[in-house]
Design a protein around this ligand. Structure first.
Ligand code: ATP
Ligand code: MG
Length: 249
């Protein structure tokens, strides 16, 4: 049986405002699932809630890996269970190099103690495989990084941490055509290496041309209003969200 990440009847609020309303969603390992929807529809909130961001309050429903309920676990415990999130707006962390950060994260998540020397080898392999400049790893996290460099660093994290499930929040936004290819190829490589399940949050069809989704969900006003195959993204590009909204009225 496939491992799966299941979101069941999830209702989420923040600052007393209802944002996610009874959402059901499923990502199997080895599967790519896209989540699309207009600005402010609740996509990032859903990803943050799956990851356990304490800013968001789960009012009802649950999050499960296979049949294990992880709804009440802290973010670091969820990371240990194999969930990874790449942020829409990654933050800077002053004074910590990527290399030190990634080694510490890997050791914590995998409960090991990989030495600096051994880690340098892992880092080198991964930067090479993903076509990411090795010099990036010597810099402080996201400090002075361009938009594209930040996104590459997110993918490098994912490659090294080898999660079971990755939530990628607008990993494609702000990328030039070459960077989009590098990042998409990277995601595909990591997927075939680890058989991870991926939830891609995006506004655009173009990343889905490189990473073909098995399923697309559309979220509007905190609800999943449509579910379909990869052809949905072409329809969205052509008609916008109005046709989905009209169908639901
Ligand atoms: N902490 C908060 N307090 C109040 N409202 C919030 C909070 N966080 C998010 N929201 C609101 O919830 C709604 C959904 O936001 P969210 O960031 O999840 O949307 P999104 O679908 O990711 O949008 P985008 O495509 O623009 O990234 C928005 O109206 C937002 O202002
Ligand atoms: Mg968002």
């Amino acid at each position: 049986m496939n491992n799966k990440l299941v979101v069941k009847d999830l209702t989420v609020s923040a600052s007393g405002k209802l944002i996610i309303d009874k959402v059901n969603l499923e990502v199997k390992q080895g599967e790519v699932v896209a989540l699309m929807g207009p600005n402010g529809s609740g996509k990032s909130t859903l990803a943050n809630s799956i990851m356990g961001n304490p800013k968001f309050k789960i009012e009802k429903g649950s999050i499960l890996i296979n049949s294990e309920d992880i709804t009440k676990l802290k973010t670091n415990e969820r990371a240990k269970k194999g969930i990874f999130m790449s942020f829409q707006y990654p933050s800077e962390i002053a004074g910590i190099t990527i290399s030190n950060f990634l080694r510490a994260a890997l050791n914590t998540i995998k409960d090991t103690n990989i030495s600096v020397i051994d880690f340098q080898k892992i880092l080198k392999e991964n930067t090479k495989e993903l076509n990411i400049g090795e010099n990036l790893a010597k810099r402080y996290i996201n400090e002075g990084f361009s938009g594209g460099e930040k996104k590459k660093f997110e993918i490098l994290q994912m490659s090294i941490l080898e999660p079971k499930f990755a939530l990628l929040d607008e990993t494609d936004s702000g990328l030039d055509v070459d960077a989009l290819k590098i990042i998409s190829n990277g995601i595909n490589k990591i997927k075939s290496k680890t058989n991870m399940g991926i939830l891609i949050i995006t506004h655009y069809k173009r990343i889905l041309d490189y990473i073909t989704p098995d399923k697309i969900y559309i979220m509007v006003d905190g609800k999943i209003v449509k579910e379909g195959d990869s052809s949905l993204s072409s329809k969205l590009e052509q008609f916008g969200y109005n046709w989905v909204k009209e169908e639901n009225n």
